[in-house]
Design a protein around this ligand. Structure first.
Ligand code: SF4
Ligand code: SF4
Length: 478
């Protein structure tokens, strides 16, 4: 079935060929109806959990700090029990690779469930539509408001026009309020939720912070309020390339033409005796947030929200036919073949996602809470210092990548009568990077060879943390 009904090269004369869809189409305003049912309940539950998680997470505290905080000025990124520094970028790359494989896997098996239930664009659009419904009424009423002239366009008394103006104003104010909460919450992940509120109350948010809040507020308002399905149809790249992952066994919201056709209204049924289960009520089209007719087959505009399933099931219940004329099904199943879930493509995506996850978890699990690097001073092999001692210089780099401040002691082993200078306790706050110049001295008579392996040991006072790095000590040739 075609995923894209727009021809790539449009050289046809549209006036003479009404079958060809032009590349440009003016916007058709969509007022989707509400379709109560199982999938709407699932969507409501998932959306509520998603919104709660988004708005509440910045307020969670852990060890006295914000549990999820991307502290850009300090170059520290805290995610619950883990703290990351820019050097951990490889982990982020791993996470993105895992997310991509997981998305491919889910799409191959279950189609666009991500778009229909969890995509922020869908969640916020449905929230904005809900606000619109509270203030402007049912879709039919909203169409009536669309056609009601405002007092600005008509002279004289126009109470309906005034009411329309008041309702529209209220709707846009509420949309802006939700958008502002969304934008401010997004910035709270970077700025700190409590600090943001305190600074906002005392008008001390820096200009750059205000600019980002305004940007995300407008982005939310425009995307969820004005663009809506246009983001899914024209902007989102996933809608375009997800067809690569689809095959004849991918589960998708589908209309069963074998059962539904010929479409037969009650009047037509009485007149012709035709008996397709689709009564051509068009309810499935009226509830669709992207305004398509699922009976035309699988289309790239379909975000898989399953609103049409709920709508059609309600109709089937009313007319006494079995549910499922529109249902989650596969192309093969609709053609009468058995459904095959585990195809090689899905299997490979699943294995790749699993491997990436295992690799990522292992790296995270084995990650040392400290970064420790030791480098010998390349300027001089060794130095003879007072007291007939041989000295080597080193550069020690420490970075605290754990989520707690650390007190550390550095020592050295591998040589008799070895002395480390300076030899004092180091305090290393979370995320801090410290470069220390170290000197190691040994009595010349204690050296048995010119090149000796030594170890630098960085440990906490209670010895719960102990990291060892190898290096070399160079002395004169005997
Ligand atoms: S809701 Fe069902 S019965 Fe009504 S037009 Fe759509 S497919 Fe046909
Ligand atoms: S066709 Fe059905 S599943 Fe697809 S977007 Fe429209 S209502 Fe949602």
């Amino acid at each position: 079935m075609p995923m894209n009904r727009i021809p790539i090269q449009d050289t046809t004369d549209h006036d003479s060929d009404p079958e060809v869809v032009p590349l440009y189409a003016s916007r058709r305003k969509i007022h989707p109806r509400v379709a109560p049912g199982l999938y709407r309940n699932i969507r409501l539950l998932v959306s509520t959990l998603f919104l709660l998680a988004y708005f509440l997470t910045p307020w969670l505290l852990m060890d006295g700090r914000q549990a999820v905080l991307f502290d850009l000025p300090a170059r520290q990124f805290h995610v619950f029990w883990f703290s990351f520094v820019p050097q951990d970028l490889i982990l982020l790359s791993g996470l993105l690779v895992f997310a991509a494989f997981a998305l491919f896997f889910v799409t191959t098996l279950w189609g666009r469930v991500w778009c229909g239930y969890t995509c922020p664009q869908t969640v916020w659009s449905f929230l904005f539509i809900w606000v619109e419904r509270q203030l402007e009424g049912s879709p039919q009423q909203r169409v009536r408001w669309d056609n009601t002239p405002t007092p600005l366009k008509r002279e004289g008394r126009n109470l309906k026009g005034l009411e329309k103006l008041a309702r529209r104003l209220g709707k846009h104010c509420l949309w802006l309020l939700i958008a502002l909460a969304t934008g401010a919450t997004f910035i709270a992940y970077f700025y700190g939720a409590r600090e943001l509120v305190t600074d906002a109350l005392s008008w001390q948010i820096p200009l750059i912070g205000v600019a980002w809040i305004v940007f995300f507020t407008l982005a939310t308002y425009i995307n969820a309020g004005w663009l809506r399905e246009h983001v899914c149809i024209y902007i989102c790249p996933y809608a375009r390339f997800q067809s690569v992952m689809y095959d004849a066994d991918t589960l998708a919201v589908s209309y069963d033409p074998n059962r539904g056709e010929p479409r037969t209204s009650a009047r037509k049924r009485a007149a012709t005796g035709e008996d397709g289960d689709c009564i051509d009520c068009t309810l499935c089209v009226q509830v669709c947030p992207t305004g398509i007719d699922i009976r035309d087959g699988l289309q790239y505009e379909c975000i898989g929200c399953a609103a049409c399933i709920d709508a059609c099931d309600t109709v089937m219940d009313k007319v006494g036919y079995p549910r499922g004329l529109i249902r989650y099904s596969t192309e093969n199943e609709l053609a009468g073949q058995p459904r095959t879930s585990w195809r090689p493509k899905a299997f490979l995506y699943g294995i790749a996602a699993l491997l990436t996850l295992v690799l990522l978890s292992t790296t995270l699990w084995q990650r040392e809470p400290l970064r420790v690097e030791v480098a010998r001073d390349r300027g001089a092999l060794y130095q003879e210092v007072s007291g007939a001692r041989i000295e080597n210089s080193y550069q020690l780099r420490l970075q605290n990548v754990s989520n707690q401040d650390r007190d550390l002691r550095v020592s050295v082993s591998g040589l008799p009568e070895v002395e480390l200078l300076p030899d004092s306790m180091i305090h290393l706050p979370v995320g801090e990077l410290l470069d220390i110049a170290l000197r190691v001295q040994v009595p010349a008579g204690a050296l048995e060879q010119s090149n000796t392996d030594i170890e630098f040991i960085v440990q906490s006072p209670d010895d719960t943390l102990r990291i060892v790095r190898e290096s070399r000590f160079i002395g004169p040739r005997n």
